[in-house]
Design a protein around this ligand. Sequence first.
Ligand SMILES: N[C@@H](CCC[C@H](N)C(=O)O)C(=O)O
Length: 278
Amino acid sequence: MRFAKGHGTENDFVIIPDPEGALDLRPAQVAALCDRRAGIGGDGVLRVVRTAALGEALTGPAASSQACEWFMDYRNADGSVAEMCGNGVRVFARYLLDRGLAEGPEISVGTRAGARRVTVEDDGDLTVDMGRPELRGESAADLADGTVRGRRVFVGNPHLACRVDRDPDDVDLTAAPRLNEADFPEGANVEVFAVAAPGTLRMRVYERGAGETRSCGTGIVAVAAAATPPGEGATWRVRVPGGECVVFLDADGARLRGPAVIVAEGETTLLDSAAAPA
Ligand SMILES: N[C@@H](CCC[C@H](N)C(=O)O)C(=O)O
Protein backbone atom coordinates (compact mmCIF):
# COMPACT_ATOMS: atom_id res chain seq x y z
CA MET A 1 0.00 0.00 0.00
CA ARG A 2 1.29 3.49 -0.88
CA PHE A 3 1.59 6.11 1.84
CA ALA A 4 2.96 9.62 2.27
CA LYS A 5 3.98 11.45 5.41
CA GLY A 6 3.34 15.15 6.00
CA HIS A 7 3.00 17.74 8.72
CA GLY A 8 1.65 21.19 9.48
CA THR A 9 3.60 22.93 12.27
CA GLU A 10 4.81 19.45 13.26
CA ASN A 11 1.34 18.01 13.74
CA ASP A 12 2.18 14.95 11.65
CA PHE A 13 0.09 12.57 9.62
CA VAL A 14 0.31 9.34 7.67
CA ILE A 15 -1.48 9.92 4.36
CA ILE A 16 -3.15 6.89 2.80
CA PRO A 17 -4.40 7.31 -0.78
CA ASP A 18 -7.60 5.31 -1.24
CA PRO A 19 -9.35 7.15 -4.10
CA GLU A 20 -11.90 4.43 -4.83
CA GLY A 21 -12.69 3.67 -1.17
CA ALA A 22 -11.33 0.12 -1.37
CA LEU A 23 -9.84 0.09 2.14
CA ASP A 24 -11.72 -0.85 5.29
CA LEU A 25 -9.29 0.91 7.63
CA ARG A 26 -9.71 -0.57 11.10
CA PRO A 27 -8.75 1.27 14.34
CA ALA A 28 -6.00 -1.26 15.10
CA GLN A 29 -4.47 -0.65 11.66
CA VAL A 30 -4.56 3.13 12.16
CA ALA A 31 -2.86 2.72 15.55
CA ALA A 32 -0.17 0.52 13.97
CA LEU A 33 0.52 3.08 11.21
CA CYS A 34 0.78 5.89 13.80
CA ASP A 35 3.00 3.93 16.22
CA ARG A 36 6.25 5.94 16.51
CA ARG A 37 8.42 2.90 17.18
CA ALA A 38 6.77 -0.02 15.42
CA GLY A 39 5.08 1.94 12.62
CA ILE A 40 5.53 5.04 10.44
CA GLY A 41 4.52 7.37 13.25
CA GLY A 42 1.99 10.18 13.30
CA ASP A 43 -0.62 12.06 15.29
CA GLY A 44 -3.26 10.78 12.91
CA VAL A 45 -4.11 9.29 9.52
CA LEU A 46 -5.53 11.18 6.53
CA ARG A 47 -7.30 8.75 4.21
CA VAL A 48 -7.62 10.40 0.78
CA VAL A 49 -10.88 9.15 -0.69
CA ARG A 50 -13.22 10.42 -3.39
CA THR A 51 -16.39 11.61 -1.66
CA ALA A 52 -18.47 9.53 -4.06
CA ALA A 53 -16.61 6.40 -2.90
CA LEU A 54 -16.71 7.14 0.84
CA GLY A 55 -19.46 4.69 1.76
CA GLU A 56 -20.51 6.81 4.75
CA ALA A 57 -23.69 8.86 5.04
CA LEU A 58 -22.88 12.58 4.94
CA THR A 59 -25.66 14.13 6.97
CA GLY A 60 -25.90 17.00 9.48
CA PRO A 61 -22.77 19.19 9.46
CA ALA A 62 -21.07 16.82 6.98
CA ALA A 63 -23.76 17.33 4.31
CA SER A 64 -21.97 20.22 2.57
CA SER A 65 -19.06 17.84 1.89
CA GLN A 66 -21.16 16.03 -0.72
CA ALA A 67 -20.24 18.72 -3.25
CA CYS A 68 -16.46 18.14 -2.80
CA GLU A 69 -14.53 15.78 -5.05
CA TRP A 70 -12.20 14.69 -2.21
CA PHE A 71 -12.95 13.75 1.39
CA MET A 72 -10.51 13.83 4.32
CA ASP A 73 -11.29 10.71 6.37
CA TYR A 74 -9.49 11.72 9.58
CA ARG A 75 -8.47 9.20 12.24
CA ASN A 76 -6.65 9.95 15.48
CA ALA A 77 -3.50 8.00 16.39
CA ASP A 78 -5.50 5.70 18.69
CA GLY A 79 -7.78 4.73 15.78
CA SER A 80 -10.77 6.88 16.76
CA VAL A 81 -12.59 8.96 14.15
CA ALA A 82 -12.58 12.78 14.37
CA GLU A 83 -14.76 15.33 12.64
CA MET A 84 -12.09 17.80 11.61
CA CYS A 85 -8.38 18.61 11.71
CA GLY A 86 -7.14 22.12 10.92
CA ASN A 87 -3.52 21.13 10.28
CA GLY A 88 -4.56 17.91 8.58
CA VAL A 89 -6.79 19.68 6.05
CA ARG A 90 -3.86 21.86 4.93
CA VAL A 91 -1.61 18.80 4.60
CA PHE A 92 -4.41 16.99 2.75
CA ALA A 93 -4.76 19.92 0.32
CA ARG A 94 -0.97 20.04 -0.18
CA TYR A 95 -1.03 16.33 -1.04
CA LEU A 96 -3.84 16.82 -3.61
CA LEU A 97 -2.05 19.80 -5.19
CA ASP A 98 1.40 18.11 -5.31
CA ARG A 99 -0.03 14.97 -6.90
CA GLY A 100 -2.10 16.89 -9.48
CA LEU A 101 -5.34 15.56 -7.96
CA ALA A 102 -6.69 19.11 -7.54
CA GLU A 103 -5.86 22.53 -8.94
CA GLY A 104 -5.33 25.67 -6.91
CA PRO A 105 -5.46 28.38 -5.92
CA GLU A 106 -8.73 27.34 -4.20
CA ILE A 107 -9.91 23.84 -3.46
CA SER A 108 -12.69 22.45 -1.30
CA VAL A 109 -12.09 19.47 0.95
CA GLY A 110 -14.91 17.41 2.44
CA THR A 111 -14.74 16.63 6.17
CA ARG A 112 -17.18 15.28 8.74
CA ALA A 113 -17.54 18.88 9.95
CA GLY A 114 -18.52 20.02 6.44
CA ALA A 115 -16.74 21.37 3.35
CA ARG A 116 -13.61 23.44 4.02
CA ARG A 117 -12.23 25.84 1.41
CA VAL A 118 -8.42 25.94 1.25
CA THR A 119 -6.57 28.80 -0.51
CA VAL A 120 -2.94 28.65 -1.65
CA GLU A 121 -1.10 31.84 -0.67
CA ASP A 122 1.74 33.37 -2.71
CA ASP A 123 4.35 32.26 -0.17
CA GLY A 124 3.10 28.66 -0.21
CA ASP A 125 1.16 28.83 3.05
CA LEU A 126 -2.39 27.52 2.98
CA THR A 127 -5.40 29.32 4.44
CA VAL A 128 -8.47 27.34 5.50
CA ASP A 129 -11.98 28.70 6.02
CA MET A 130 -12.74 27.04 9.35
CA GLY A 131 -16.37 28.15 9.75
CA ARG A 132 -17.70 29.96 12.82
CA PRO A 133 -16.20 28.75 16.10
CA GLU A 134 -19.03 28.25 18.61
CA LEU A 135 -18.31 29.49 22.13
CA ARG A 136 -20.37 27.40 24.56
CA GLY A 137 -19.81 28.36 28.20
CA GLU A 138 -17.24 27.24 30.71
CA SER A 139 -15.89 23.94 31.92
CA ALA A 140 -12.80 22.56 33.65
CA ALA A 141 -10.19 19.85 33.24
CA ASP A 142 -8.11 18.08 35.89
CA LEU A 143 -4.48 17.92 34.81
CA ALA A 144 -1.55 16.19 36.51
CA ASP A 145 -0.65 19.42 38.37
CA GLY A 146 -4.09 20.88 39.10
CA THR A 147 -7.36 22.02 37.59
CA VAL A 148 -7.64 24.47 34.70
CA ARG A 149 -10.82 26.28 33.73
CA GLY A 150 -11.69 27.44 30.25
CA ARG A 151 -14.23 27.98 27.48
CA ARG A 152 -15.87 25.17 25.59
CA VAL A 153 -15.33 25.93 21.93
CA PHE A 154 -16.69 23.89 19.05
CA VAL A 155 -14.68 24.15 15.81
CA GLY A 156 -16.38 21.21 14.12
CA ASN A 157 -14.75 19.18 16.90
CA PRO A 158 -14.84 19.83 20.67
CA HIS A 159 -12.27 21.88 22.59
CA LEU A 160 -11.70 23.24 26.07
CA ALA A 161 -9.57 26.38 25.65
CA CYS A 162 -8.02 27.31 29.01
CA ARG A 163 -6.25 30.61 29.55
CA VAL A 164 -3.56 30.11 32.21
CA ASP A 165 -1.79 32.75 34.29
CA ARG A 166 1.66 31.15 33.82
CA ASP A 167 3.88 30.03 30.97
CA PRO A 168 2.04 27.21 29.12
CA ASP A 169 5.42 25.39 29.06
CA ASP A 170 5.14 25.01 32.84
CA VAL A 171 1.80 23.17 32.67
CA ASP A 172 2.05 19.41 33.16
CA LEU A 173 0.37 17.73 30.19
CA THR A 174 1.84 14.27 30.78
CA ALA A 175 -1.49 12.74 31.81
CA ALA A 176 -4.78 12.71 29.90
CA PRO A 177 -6.96 15.61 31.15
CA ARG A 178 -10.03 14.50 33.14
CA LEU A 179 -13.10 16.25 31.76
CA ASN A 180 -16.69 16.76 32.85
CA GLU A 181 -18.47 14.06 30.87
CA ALA A 182 -21.76 15.95 30.79
CA ASP A 183 -19.99 18.88 29.10
CA PHE A 184 -18.00 16.65 26.73
CA PRO A 185 -19.84 13.36 26.10
CA GLU A 186 -17.54 12.72 23.10
CA GLY A 187 -14.35 13.83 24.90
CA ALA A 188 -12.40 16.94 23.90
CA ASN A 189 -9.08 18.44 22.95
CA VAL A 190 -7.68 20.55 25.80
CA GLU A 191 -5.59 23.68 25.16
CA VAL A 192 -3.66 25.78 27.66
CA PHE A 193 -2.74 29.24 26.41
CA ALA A 194 -1.46 32.65 27.46
CA VAL A 195 -1.05 36.04 25.79
CA ALA A 196 2.68 36.31 24.91
CA ALA A 197 2.55 39.81 23.38
CA PRO A 198 -0.20 42.02 21.92
CA GLY A 199 -1.79 39.97 19.13
CA THR A 200 0.25 36.86 19.96
CA LEU A 201 -0.82 33.77 21.90
CA ARG A 202 1.22 30.78 23.06
CA MET A 203 -0.53 27.45 23.27
CA ARG A 204 0.01 23.80 24.09
CA VAL A 205 -2.53 21.07 23.49
CA TYR A 206 -3.49 17.62 24.65
CA GLU A 207 -5.43 16.11 21.76
CA ARG A 208 -8.29 13.68 22.09
CA GLY A 209 -7.11 10.36 20.68
CA ALA A 210 -3.45 11.38 20.32
CA GLY A 211 -2.02 12.86 23.55
CA GLU A 212 0.14 15.97 23.61
CA THR A 213 0.96 17.05 20.05
CA ARG A 214 3.18 19.85 18.76
CA SER A 215 0.25 21.70 17.20
CA CYS A 216 -3.49 21.50 16.60
CA GLY A 217 -5.14 23.73 13.98
CA THR A 218 -8.66 23.52 15.36
CA GLY A 219 -7.18 24.13 18.83
CA ILE A 220 -5.38 27.22 17.53
CA VAL A 221 -8.71 28.55 16.26
CA ALA A 222 -10.39 27.64 19.58
CA VAL A 223 -7.89 29.64 21.68
CA ALA A 224 -8.05 32.60 19.27
CA ALA A 225 -11.84 32.62 19.60
CA ALA A 226 -11.66 32.28 23.40
CA ALA A 227 -9.16 35.18 23.61
CA THR A 228 -11.27 37.56 21.49
CA PRO A 229 -13.82 39.84 23.21
CA PRO A 230 -17.40 38.89 22.23
CA GLY A 231 -18.63 40.54 19.03
CA GLU A 232 -15.17 41.74 17.98
CA GLY A 233 -12.93 40.67 15.11
CA ALA A 234 -9.25 39.95 15.65
CA THR A 235 -6.07 38.63 14.10
CA TRP A 236 -3.94 36.40 16.32
CA ARG A 237 -0.53 34.85 15.78
CA VAL A 238 -0.57 31.61 17.72
CA ARG A 239 2.77 30.02 18.64
CA VAL A 240 2.82 26.32 19.36
CA PRO A 241 5.76 23.99 20.07
CA GLY A 242 5.89 23.06 16.36
CA GLY A 243 5.74 26.55 14.83
CA GLU A 244 3.20 29.30 14.29
CA CYS A 245 -0.16 29.86 12.57
CA VAL A 246 -2.28 32.96 12.11
CA VAL A 247 -6.02 33.13 12.80
CA PHE A 248 -8.26 35.79 11.26
CA LEU A 249 -11.61 36.17 13.02
CA ASP A 250 -14.46 38.26 11.64
CA ALA A 251 -18.24 38.13 11.26
CA ASP A 252 -17.94 35.40 8.60
CA GLY A 253 -15.97 33.07 10.87
CA ALA A 254 -12.35 32.00 11.29
CA ARG A 255 -9.57 31.52 8.76
CA LEU A 256 -6.47 29.58 9.69
CA ARG A 257 -3.22 30.27 7.83
CA GLY A 258 -0.11 28.13 8.14
CA PRO A 259 2.37 25.85 6.44
CA ALA A 260 1.88 22.29 5.21
CA VAL A 261 4.57 20.00 3.82
CA ILE A 262 4.89 16.47 2.50
CA VAL A 263 8.16 14.96 3.73
CA ALA A 264 8.21 11.34 2.51
CA GLU A 265 6.40 8.70 0.55
CA GLY A 266 6.74 4.97 0.19
CA GLU A 267 5.07 1.63 0.62
CA THR A 268 3.85 -0.08 3.76
CA THR A 269 1.78 -3.03 4.87
CA LEU A 270 -1.34 -2.65 6.96
CA LEU A 271 -0.75 -4.43 10.27
CA ASP A 272 -2.88 -4.57 13.39
CA SER A 273 -1.60 -2.92 16.55
CA ALA A 274 -2.04 -4.98 19.71
CA ALA A 275 -2.57 -1.68 21.55
CA ALA A 276 -5.76 -0.63 19.75
CA PRO A 277 -9.29 -2.00 19.61
CA ALA A 278 -9.91 -4.26 16.57
N1 LIG B 1 -4.69 17.97 15.14
C1 LIG B 1 -5.95 18.35 14.65
C2 LIG B 1 -7.16 17.84 15.37
C3 LIG B 1 -7.31 16.33 15.20
C4 LIG B 1 -8.58 15.75 15.79
C5 LIG B 1 -8.66 15.84 17.29
N2 LIG B 1 -7.63 15.08 17.96
C6 LIG B 1 -10.05 15.38 17.75
O1 LIG B 1 -10.21 14.22 18.15
O2 LIG B 1 -10.97 16.20 17.69
C7 LIG B 1 -6.03 19.78 14.20
O3 LIG B 1 -5.01 20.25 13.66
O4 LIG B 1 -7.08 20.40 14.27
